[in-house]
Design a protein around this ligand. Sequence first.
Ligand code: CP
Ligand code: NVA
Length: 304
Amino acid sequence: MSISAKHLLSLEKMDPEALRHILAATTELKRDRGRVCARPLAGQTWALIFSKSSTRTRVSFEVGIRELGGQALFLSANEIQIGRGESIKDTARVLGRMIQGAVIRTYAQQDVEEFALYSGIPTINALTDAEHPCQILADVFTFEEKRGPIAGRVVAFLGDGACNVASSWIWAAARLGFELRIAAPRPYQPPADLLRRADAQVRCTDDPVAAVAGADLLYTDVWVSMGKEAEASDRLSLLKDFQLNARLVKEAKPDALVMHCLPAYRGKEIDAATFEANAATIFDEAENRLHTQKAVLSWVVSPD
Ligand code: CP
Ligand code: NVA
Protein backbone atom coordinates (compact mmCIF):
# COMPACT_ATOMS: atom_id res chain seq x y z
CA MET A 1 0.00 0.00 0.00
CA SER A 2 1.25 3.46 -0.82
CA ILE A 3 0.38 6.71 0.77
CA SER A 4 2.58 8.76 -1.50
CA ALA A 5 1.26 8.24 -5.07
CA LYS A 6 -0.99 10.97 -6.47
CA HIS A 7 -4.26 9.94 -8.07
CA LEU A 8 -7.18 11.46 -9.92
CA LEU A 9 -10.04 9.32 -8.68
CA SER A 10 -12.88 11.84 -8.77
CA LEU A 11 -13.49 15.59 -8.87
CA GLU A 12 -14.98 15.19 -5.41
CA LYS A 13 -11.51 14.39 -4.06
CA MET A 14 -9.74 17.21 -5.92
CA ASP A 15 -9.11 20.65 -4.50
CA PRO A 16 -9.62 23.81 -6.57
CA GLU A 17 -5.88 24.57 -6.68
CA ALA A 18 -5.07 21.20 -8.25
CA LEU A 19 -7.88 21.60 -10.79
CA ARG A 20 -6.65 25.08 -11.68
CA HIS A 21 -3.10 23.73 -12.02
CA ILE A 22 -4.29 21.00 -14.45
CA LEU A 23 -6.35 23.48 -16.48
CA ALA A 24 -3.40 25.90 -16.77
CA ALA A 25 -1.05 23.07 -17.76
CA THR A 26 -3.56 22.01 -20.43
CA THR A 27 -3.24 25.43 -22.08
CA GLU A 28 0.55 25.03 -22.29
CA LEU A 29 0.44 21.43 -23.49
CA LYS A 30 -2.05 22.31 -26.23
CA ARG A 31 -0.01 25.32 -27.34
CA ASP A 32 3.28 23.39 -27.34
CA ARG A 33 2.12 20.12 -28.88
CA GLY A 34 4.62 19.00 -31.54
CA ARG A 35 7.19 21.63 -30.42
CA VAL A 36 8.63 21.70 -26.91
CA CYS A 37 8.08 18.33 -25.34
CA ALA A 38 8.46 17.56 -21.64
CA ARG A 39 8.64 13.79 -21.11
CA PRO A 40 7.62 13.23 -17.50
CA LEU A 41 6.66 9.60 -18.26
CA ALA A 42 10.02 8.68 -19.87
CA GLY A 43 10.91 5.09 -19.05
CA GLN A 44 7.43 4.36 -17.64
CA THR A 45 4.81 1.81 -18.69
CA TRP A 46 1.16 2.66 -17.97
CA ALA A 47 -1.76 0.26 -18.18
CA LEU A 48 -5.24 1.16 -19.37
CA ILE A 49 -7.61 -1.33 -17.71
CA PHE A 50 -11.04 -0.97 -19.31
CA SER A 51 -14.24 -2.89 -18.52
CA LYS A 52 -16.37 -0.66 -20.78
CA SER A 53 -16.12 0.55 -24.38
CA SER A 54 -14.23 3.72 -25.22
CA THR A 55 -13.03 5.72 -28.20
CA ARG A 56 -12.00 9.16 -26.93
CA THR A 57 -10.74 8.23 -23.49
CA ARG A 58 -8.74 5.24 -24.66
CA VAL A 59 -7.13 6.99 -27.63
CA SER A 60 -6.42 10.25 -25.79
CA PHE A 61 -4.72 8.40 -22.94
CA GLU A 62 -2.75 6.07 -25.22
CA VAL A 63 -1.54 8.96 -27.37
CA GLY A 64 -1.00 11.22 -24.35
CA ILE A 65 1.12 8.63 -22.54
CA ARG A 66 3.29 8.17 -25.66
CA GLU A 67 3.66 11.91 -26.22
CA LEU A 68 4.84 12.28 -22.61
CA GLY A 69 7.55 9.67 -23.19
CA GLY A 70 5.84 6.57 -21.73
CA GLN A 71 4.51 3.28 -23.11
CA ALA A 72 0.81 2.40 -22.97
CA LEU A 73 -0.50 -1.12 -22.43
CA PHE A 74 -4.22 -1.62 -23.12
CA LEU A 75 -5.80 -4.36 -20.99
CA SER A 76 -9.40 -5.24 -21.65
CA ALA A 77 -10.73 -6.33 -18.24
CA ASN A 78 -12.38 -9.36 -19.88
CA GLU A 79 -9.07 -10.59 -21.20
CA ILE A 80 -7.15 -10.44 -17.93
CA GLN A 81 -7.92 -12.55 -14.87
CA ILE A 82 -10.20 -9.86 -13.39
CA GLY A 83 -12.69 -11.10 -15.99
CA ARG A 84 -12.52 -14.57 -14.34
CA GLY A 85 -12.92 -13.27 -10.82
CA GLU A 86 -9.41 -12.35 -9.63
CA SER A 87 -9.78 -9.59 -7.06
CA ILE A 88 -8.97 -5.94 -7.66
CA LYS A 89 -6.75 -6.05 -4.59
CA ASP A 90 -4.54 -8.86 -5.93
CA THR A 91 -4.49 -7.41 -9.45
CA ALA A 92 -3.42 -4.06 -8.03
CA ARG A 93 -0.64 -5.64 -5.96
CA VAL A 94 0.72 -7.46 -9.03
CA LEU A 95 0.52 -4.55 -11.45
CA GLY A 96 1.95 -2.16 -8.87
CA ARG A 97 5.19 -4.14 -9.06
CA MET A 98 5.39 -4.07 -12.86
CA ILE A 99 4.06 -0.76 -14.14
CA GLN A 100 4.23 2.88 -13.14
CA GLY A 101 0.61 4.05 -13.49
CA ALA A 102 -2.94 2.95 -14.30
CA VAL A 103 -5.95 4.44 -16.07
CA ILE A 104 -9.13 2.55 -15.21
CA ARG A 105 -12.62 2.54 -16.76
CA THR A 106 -15.10 0.41 -14.87
CA TYR A 107 -18.43 0.26 -13.04
CA ALA A 108 -17.91 0.66 -9.28
CA GLN A 109 -16.06 3.73 -8.03
CA GLN A 110 -14.87 1.55 -5.14
CA ASP A 111 -12.85 -0.60 -7.58
CA VAL A 112 -10.78 2.37 -8.79
CA GLU A 113 -10.22 3.51 -5.21
CA GLU A 114 -9.17 0.01 -4.14
CA PHE A 115 -6.79 -0.30 -7.07
CA ALA A 116 -5.18 3.02 -6.14
CA LEU A 117 -4.84 1.96 -2.52
CA TYR A 118 -3.25 -1.44 -3.13
CA SER A 119 -1.20 -0.80 -6.27
CA GLY A 120 0.73 2.14 -4.84
CA ILE A 121 0.98 3.67 -8.32
CA PRO A 122 -0.73 6.79 -9.70
CA THR A 123 -4.26 5.82 -10.71
CA ILE A 124 -6.69 7.78 -12.89
CA ASN A 125 -10.45 7.34 -13.13
CA ALA A 126 -11.29 7.07 -16.84
CA LEU A 127 -15.05 6.77 -16.01
CA THR A 128 -16.97 4.89 -13.38
CA ASP A 129 -20.69 4.79 -12.66
CA ALA A 130 -20.08 7.60 -10.15
CA GLU A 131 -17.89 10.07 -12.04
CA HIS A 132 -16.14 10.96 -15.29
CA PRO A 133 -13.63 13.50 -13.98
CA CYS A 134 -11.32 13.66 -17.03
CA GLN A 135 -14.28 14.48 -19.29
CA ILE A 136 -15.43 17.41 -17.20
CA LEU A 137 -11.89 18.78 -16.96
CA ALA A 138 -11.79 18.84 -20.77
CA ASP A 139 -15.25 20.42 -20.86
CA VAL A 140 -14.32 23.21 -18.46
CA PHE A 141 -11.08 23.77 -20.37
CA THR A 142 -13.06 24.03 -23.64
CA PHE A 143 -15.51 26.51 -22.13
CA GLU A 144 -12.72 28.71 -20.74
CA GLU A 145 -10.72 28.56 -23.96
CA LYS A 146 -13.70 30.01 -25.82
CA ARG A 147 -15.45 32.19 -23.26
CA GLY A 148 -13.04 32.93 -20.38
CA PRO A 149 -13.36 31.99 -16.70
CA ILE A 150 -16.24 29.67 -15.85
CA ALA A 151 -16.56 31.07 -12.31
CA GLY A 152 -19.85 32.93 -11.97
CA ARG A 153 -21.26 31.50 -15.23
CA VAL A 154 -24.36 29.34 -15.69
CA VAL A 155 -24.11 25.77 -17.00
CA ALA A 156 -27.32 23.89 -17.88
CA PHE A 157 -27.18 20.09 -17.99
CA LEU A 158 -30.11 18.38 -19.72
CA GLY A 159 -31.03 14.71 -19.54
CA ASP A 160 -29.84 12.02 -17.14
CA GLY A 161 -28.96 14.20 -14.17
CA ALA A 162 -28.05 11.15 -12.08
CA CYS A 163 -25.31 9.88 -14.41
CA ASN A 164 -21.53 9.97 -13.93
CA VAL A 165 -21.06 13.01 -16.18
CA ALA A 166 -23.71 15.03 -14.32
CA SER A 167 -22.13 14.08 -10.98
CA SER A 168 -18.72 15.30 -12.09
CA TRP A 169 -20.36 18.56 -13.24
CA ILE A 170 -21.80 18.93 -9.73
CA TRP A 171 -18.33 18.57 -8.20
CA ALA A 172 -16.86 20.95 -10.77
CA ALA A 173 -19.48 23.55 -9.77
CA ALA A 174 -18.52 23.03 -6.13
CA ARG A 175 -14.80 23.38 -6.76
CA LEU A 176 -14.74 26.05 -9.49
CA GLY A 177 -17.61 28.31 -8.43
CA PHE A 178 -20.24 28.39 -11.17
CA GLU A 179 -23.99 27.79 -11.17
CA LEU A 180 -25.20 24.43 -12.43
CA ARG A 181 -28.81 23.83 -13.41
CA ILE A 182 -29.89 20.26 -14.02
CA ALA A 183 -33.04 19.64 -16.03
CA ALA A 184 -34.20 16.05 -15.62
CA PRO A 185 -37.35 14.12 -14.77
CA ARG A 186 -37.55 13.27 -11.05
CA PRO A 187 -36.15 9.70 -11.29
CA TYR A 188 -33.09 11.03 -13.12
CA GLN A 189 -32.27 13.94 -10.84
CA PRO A 190 -29.10 13.68 -8.73
CA PRO A 191 -29.44 11.90 -5.38
CA ALA A 192 -30.13 14.24 -2.46
CA ASP A 193 -27.12 13.03 -0.46
CA LEU A 194 -24.76 13.90 -3.33
CA LEU A 195 -26.23 17.41 -3.54
CA ARG A 196 -25.87 17.82 0.22
CA ARG A 197 -22.26 16.63 0.18
CA ALA A 198 -21.30 18.88 -2.70
CA ASP A 199 -23.00 21.92 -1.18
CA ALA A 200 -22.64 23.68 -4.54
CA GLN A 201 -24.76 26.18 -6.44
CA VAL A 202 -26.87 23.48 -8.13
CA ARG A 203 -30.54 23.78 -9.01
CA CYS A 204 -32.53 20.75 -10.15
CA THR A 205 -35.75 21.16 -12.10
CA ASP A 206 -38.03 19.18 -14.37
CA ASP A 207 -38.54 22.28 -16.54
CA PRO A 208 -35.87 22.37 -19.28
CA VAL A 209 -36.82 25.93 -20.36
CA ALA A 210 -36.25 27.25 -16.84
CA ALA A 211 -32.89 25.47 -16.71
CA VAL A 212 -31.51 26.93 -19.93
CA ALA A 213 -32.86 30.51 -19.56
CA GLY A 214 -29.87 32.86 -19.89
CA ALA A 215 -27.34 29.99 -19.57
CA ASP A 216 -23.76 30.29 -20.86
CA LEU A 217 -23.35 26.60 -21.66
CA LEU A 218 -25.90 23.94 -22.62
CA TYR A 219 -24.67 20.41 -22.10
CA THR A 220 -26.02 16.92 -22.58
CA ASP A 221 -24.94 13.28 -22.40
CA VAL A 222 -26.40 9.97 -23.57
CA TRP A 223 -29.69 8.91 -22.01
CA VAL A 224 -28.58 5.27 -21.68
CA SER A 225 -25.18 5.12 -20.03
CA MET A 226 -22.98 2.05 -20.31
CA GLY A 227 -24.31 -0.58 -17.93
CA LYS A 228 -27.87 0.81 -18.02
CA GLU A 229 -28.96 -0.92 -21.22
CA ALA A 230 -31.69 -2.94 -19.45
CA GLU A 231 -33.41 0.36 -18.56
CA ALA A 232 -33.25 1.71 -22.12
CA SER A 233 -36.96 1.80 -22.92
CA ASP A 234 -37.93 3.51 -19.62
CA ARG A 235 -35.15 6.01 -20.04
CA LEU A 236 -36.02 6.87 -23.63
CA SER A 237 -39.63 7.50 -22.72
CA LEU A 238 -39.03 9.45 -19.49
CA LEU A 239 -36.26 11.61 -20.95
CA LYS A 240 -37.87 12.46 -24.28
CA ASP A 241 -38.87 16.00 -23.23
CA PHE A 242 -35.31 16.83 -22.19
CA GLN A 243 -33.73 16.82 -25.64
CA LEU A 244 -31.22 19.59 -26.36
CA ASN A 245 -32.68 21.27 -29.43
CA ALA A 246 -33.12 24.61 -31.20
CA ARG A 247 -36.14 25.53 -29.08
CA LEU A 248 -34.00 25.40 -25.94
CA VAL A 249 -30.92 27.00 -27.51
CA LYS A 250 -33.07 30.09 -28.23
CA GLU A 251 -33.69 30.54 -24.50
CA ALA A 252 -29.99 30.56 -23.58
CA LYS A 253 -27.57 33.51 -23.93
CA PRO A 254 -27.07 34.47 -27.58
CA ASP A 255 -23.42 33.33 -27.44
CA ALA A 256 -24.12 30.21 -25.37
CA LEU A 257 -21.99 27.19 -26.18
CA VAL A 258 -23.53 23.76 -26.81
CA MET A 259 -21.39 20.82 -25.78
CA HIS A 260 -21.71 17.03 -25.70
CA CYS A 261 -19.19 14.58 -24.25
CA LEU A 262 -19.92 12.07 -27.07
CA PRO A 263 -20.86 9.56 -28.30
CA ALA A 264 -24.03 11.36 -29.47
CA TYR A 265 -27.36 9.80 -30.35
CA ARG A 266 -29.06 12.21 -32.68
CA GLY A 267 -32.81 12.43 -32.25
CA LYS A 268 -32.44 11.33 -28.62
CA GLU A 269 -30.51 13.61 -26.22
CA ILE A 270 -29.75 16.13 -28.99
CA ASP A 271 -31.36 16.79 -32.35
CA ALA A 272 -29.28 16.43 -35.51
CA ALA A 273 -29.48 20.11 -36.52
CA THR A 274 -28.35 21.36 -33.09
CA PHE A 275 -25.52 18.85 -33.06
CA GLU A 276 -24.26 19.88 -36.50
CA ALA A 277 -24.66 23.61 -35.79
CA ASN A 278 -22.33 23.13 -32.80
CA ALA A 279 -20.01 20.51 -34.24
CA ALA A 280 -16.97 22.82 -34.23
CA THR A 281 -17.25 23.26 -30.46
CA ILE A 282 -18.11 19.62 -29.81
CA PHE A 283 -15.11 18.29 -31.71
CA ASP A 284 -12.78 20.87 -30.11
CA GLU A 285 -14.10 19.49 -26.82
CA ALA A 286 -13.25 15.96 -27.99
CA GLU A 287 -9.74 17.04 -29.09
CA ASN A 288 -9.23 18.73 -25.74
CA ARG A 289 -9.52 15.34 -24.05
CA LEU A 290 -5.98 14.68 -25.31
CA HIS A 291 -4.49 17.92 -23.98
CA THR A 292 -6.30 17.61 -20.65
CA GLN A 293 -5.29 13.96 -20.27
CA LYS A 294 -1.64 14.95 -20.74
CA ALA A 295 -2.03 17.59 -18.03
CA VAL A 296 -3.62 15.04 -15.68
CA LEU A 297 -0.84 12.51 -16.35
CA SER A 298 1.83 15.19 -15.79
CA TRP A 299 0.12 16.24 -12.54
CA VAL A 300 -0.13 12.75 -11.04
CA VAL A 301 3.57 12.05 -11.62
CA SER A 302 4.75 15.47 -10.38
CA PRO A 303 6.10 15.86 -6.85
CA ASP A 304 3.79 17.77 -4.48
N1 CP B 1 -16.64 10.94 -23.84
C1 CP B 1 -16.02 9.74 -23.66
O1 CP B 1 -15.55 9.40 -22.57
O2 CP B 1 -15.93 9.01 -24.79
P1 CP B 1 -15.47 7.48 -24.88
O3 CP B 1 -16.52 6.67 -24.16
O4 CP B 1 -15.40 7.19 -26.34
O5 CP B 1 -14.14 7.34 -24.20
N1 NVA C 1 -22.70 8.69 -19.17
C1 NVA C 1 -22.03 8.02 -20.26
C2 NVA C 1 -20.77 8.72 -20.63
C3 NVA C 1 -20.09 8.16 -21.85
C4 NVA C 1 -18.80 8.85 -22.15
C5 NVA C 1 -21.79 6.56 -19.91
O1 NVA C 1 -21.42 6.28 -18.77
O2 NVA C 1 -21.97 5.70 -20.78
